[in-house]
Write a protein that binds this ligand. Structure first.
Ligand SMILES: Nc1ncnc2c1ncn2[C@@H]1O[C@H](COP(=O)(O)OP(=O)(O)O)[C@@H](O)[C@H]1O
Ligand SMILES: [Mg+2]
Length: 493
C-alpha cells in the first residue's frame, strides 16, 4: 500500500534520512517501518517523527494580524493546506539476497510503501518457529525469535520494578515448555520471590515443572572444598585454612558437618585456631543447608524440557541464598562442561542480588562462579538469563557478556547510561524509546535481532502467581487473624 511520496526537505533525502508527505488516505505512525525502491534495491526505514505543516501559519506576524481580525480560518481554506510529513531513518537496503548499508539517497518523488512482511522478517532476523514473544506494533507480524540466538549466549531482561520482567519471563518459560523435550535445554530458575511456583499447578505444564524449596535443598558437606568454606566464612589466616584442610582430609567418606566439628574439637590444634574454626563451622551448621548428600541431585535439577524452580521466597538470609546459588550453579556448570548434563539456561530473578558490581567478596559469594559462566558458558551451551531492576548494581563483566538484552521501561538516567555503555547495539533511536515505554512493550537488542526491535509483549497463556500485596489486603488479613485469636482465647477462658 502506498503511504506517500519522498519530498525535497532540509538536507534530505540523504543516505541516512528522508522525509515524505503522508498521503491523505494513509495512516502512518511514529515507529512504523516503510519501504521504497531505489536502484540499489529496497530501502527499509523507520518513521522517527511526524511533522505537521501549513503554509498559512508559517509567518508569525501574519498569523497574529489575521487572528486579531476575526481568525485566519474565516478568510482562507487553511485546513486544506495542512500536510503531514514523516521523517524516516534509513536502516538498510535489501538487494534481493541480503541487507547492505545505504550508500545512495532515494530521489524526491519516489513512492513510499508499506514494507513487505517477508523483507521485514529477514531484516530483523525473525524466525517462523521461534520463541513467540509478542508482535510488532503497527504491522501484523508476530515477533518470533530464534531460540538459538536468544539463549546461545546470555540474555538480560532489564526494567524498573513493575514493568513486566517476570511476566515476560513467564512467556519465555511457556515457549520453552511447549518445545519437544529432545530439542530443549534444561531450565533452572532462581525464583527469589516465589513468583513462578504456580507454574507447577497449571495443567498444561505440571508434568514438566519441578519446584524445589530453598528450605529443603541441601549441600552434601563432604562435597564442598576447604577453599569454599574459607571464602564463605572469609577465613584469611593461612594456619586456619591449613588446619581445616587437614581435618577435612582426615575424615572418612560420608561425613557430616557435625563430624567435622567433633573432629576439630578432639584434635590437638592450638586452642586459638581451634576456637576460630569451631565458631566458623558452627555458624555454617546453623544455616541448616548442609547435609550428608546433595538435594536435589544435579541430574534432577537439569533435565531436558524441564523447568526447575528454586523457590527462595522463604529464605531471608542473603548469605544462604548466595551459598545455595554458588554451589548449585557451580556444580551444574562443571558437569555441563564435562558433558554429563544437557545444555541449560539458568534464570536469575533479582540478578543484582547475586552478581553485584560493587559489593565486597564476602557479600558476593556467587559472583565469581556466575562471572565464569558468563565468560565461558557459551562454549558449553550453559546460558544465563539475568533479570534485574537495578542494572547499575549488576556486574559490568556479566552485563557486557549478555549478547541479547530485552529492555522494558527504564527511567533512571544512570541505568540508561549504564545499559548504553554495555551494549553497542543500542542506537540513539532506541534509547529515546526506553524511558517512555508503557507496560507491555519491550525493545529487543543484540544478537537475537539484526536491529533494535520494539515488541508488544503477548498475553500469557498460563498464570504465574500474581502477588496481591496491597496495603488493604495485608491489613485485612492481619485484622482477621487478630479477631480470630481474640475469639479463640475467649473460648479458652
Ligand atoms: N505484557 C503484559 N500484559 C499484561 N499485563 C502485564 C504485562 N506485563 C506486565 N503485566 C502486569 O504488570 C504487573 C507487573 O508485572 P511484573 O512482571 O510483576 O513486573 P516486574 O517483574 O518487572 O516487577 C503485573 O500485574 C503483570 O501482570
Ligand atoms: Mg518481577
Amino acid at each position: 500500500m502506498n503511504l506517500g511520496t519522498v519530498i525535497s526537505f532540509i538536507e534530505t533525502p540523504s543516505t541516512g534520512r528522508f522525509h515524505f508527505t503522508i498521503d491523505k488516505n494513509a495512516t502512518v505512525r511514529k515507529g512504523q517501518f516503510v519501504q521504497l525502491e531505489i536502484e540499489d534495491g529496497k530501502i527499509i526505514g523507520r518513521v522517527s517523527d511526524i511533522i505537521k505543516t501549513n503554509r498559512y501559519f508559517m509567518r508569525p506576524e501574519a498569523v497574529n494580524e489575521y487572528q486579531n481580525s476575526g481568525g485566519i480560518e474565516e478568510i482562507f481554506p487553511t485546513t486544506e493546506w495542512e500536510y503531514l510529513i514523516a521523517e524516516v531513518n534509513i536502516l538498510g537496503v535489501f538487494d534481493g539476497n541480503g541487507f547492505k548499508n545505504s550508500l545512495f539517497p532515494p530521489s524526491p518523488g519516489t513512492d513510499v510503501n508499506e514494507p513487505e512482511i517477508e523483507i521485514i522478517k529477514k531484516f530483523f532476523g525473525l524466525e517462523e518457529n521461534g520463541i513467540h514473544m509478542g508482535e510488532m506494533p503497527h504491522h501484523k507480524l508476530d515477533a518470533k525469535f530464534s531460540l538459538n540466538k536468544l539463549f546461545k549466549k546470555h540474555l538480560a531482561i532489564l526494567a524498573i520494578s513493575g514493568a513486566g520482567k517476570s511476566y515476560l519471563t513467564g512467556i519465555l518459560l511457556e515457549e520453552l515448555l511447549t518445545k519437544e523435550k529432545r530439542n530443549s535445554p534444561g531450565v533452572v530458575i532462581i525464583d527469589t520471590h516465589g513468583e513462578y511456583t504456580n507454574l507447577a499447578e497449571s495443567k498444561d505444564f505440571a508434568t514438566r515443572v519441578k519446584v524445589f524449596s530453598s528450605e529443603e535443598m541441601r549441600i552434601g558437606f563432604q562435597n564442598i572444598r576447604t577453599y569454599d568454606i574459607a571464602s564463605i566464612q572469609s577465613i584469611k589466616s593461612g594456619t586456619q585454612i591449613r588446619e581445616l584442610d587437614k581435618i577435612l582430609h582426615s575424615l572418612k567418606s560420608n561425613y557430616s558437618i557435625s563430624d567435622a566439628i567433633s573432629k576439630i574439637d578432639e584434635s590437638d590444634i592450638a586452642t586459638k585456631t581451634k576456637d576460630v574454626l569451631l565458631s566458623h563451622l558452627i555458624s555454617l551448621q546453623r544455616t541448616g543447608i548442609f547435609g550428608l548428600s546433595d538435594y536435589p541431585k544435579s541430574e534432577e535439577l537439569v533435565k531436558q524440557g524441564q523447568v526447575s524452580i528454586i523457590d527462595m521466597s522463604d529464605c531471608i538470609s542473603m548469605k544462604k541464598k548466595q551459598i545455595l546459588t554458588r554451589y548449585f550453579s557451580g556444580k551444574i556448570f562443571h558437569q555441563r562442561r564435562a558433558g554429563t548434563l544437557p545444555p541449560f539456561v539458568l534464570i536469575l530473578e533479582e540478578a543484582h542480588q547475586y552478581i553485584p558490581q560493587m559489593a565486597t567478596k564476602e557479600n558476593a559469594l556467587c559472583r565469581s562462579i556466575l562471572q565464569t559462566i558468563a565468560r565461558e558458558g557459551r562454549k558449553f551451551n550453559a546460558s544465563l538469563c539475568l533479570i534485574s531492576q537495578r542494572p547499575v548494581n549488576l556486574s559490568t563483566t556479566v552485563l557486557s557478556q549478555c549478547n541479547t538484552k530485552i529492555i522494558l521501561r527504564v527511567s533512571n538516567p544512570y541505568d540508561i547510561e549504564y545499559i548504553r555503555n554495555s551494549s553497542e547495539a543500542l542506537t540513539k533511536d532506541a534509547i529515546d524509546q526506553i524511558s517512555t515505554l508503557p507496560v507491555g512493550y519491550g525493545i529487543v537488542i543484540g544478537e537475537a535481532v539484526n536491529a533494535p526491535l520494539l515488541v508488544k509483549i503477548r498475553k500469557k497463556k498460563i498464570n504465574v502467581l500474581e502477588r496481591d500485596d496491597s496495603m488493604e489486603k495485608v491489613c485485612n488479613e492481619f485484622y482477621d487473624r487478630a479477631e480470630k485469636n481474640k475469639k479463640d482465647s475467649k473460648a479458652f477462658v
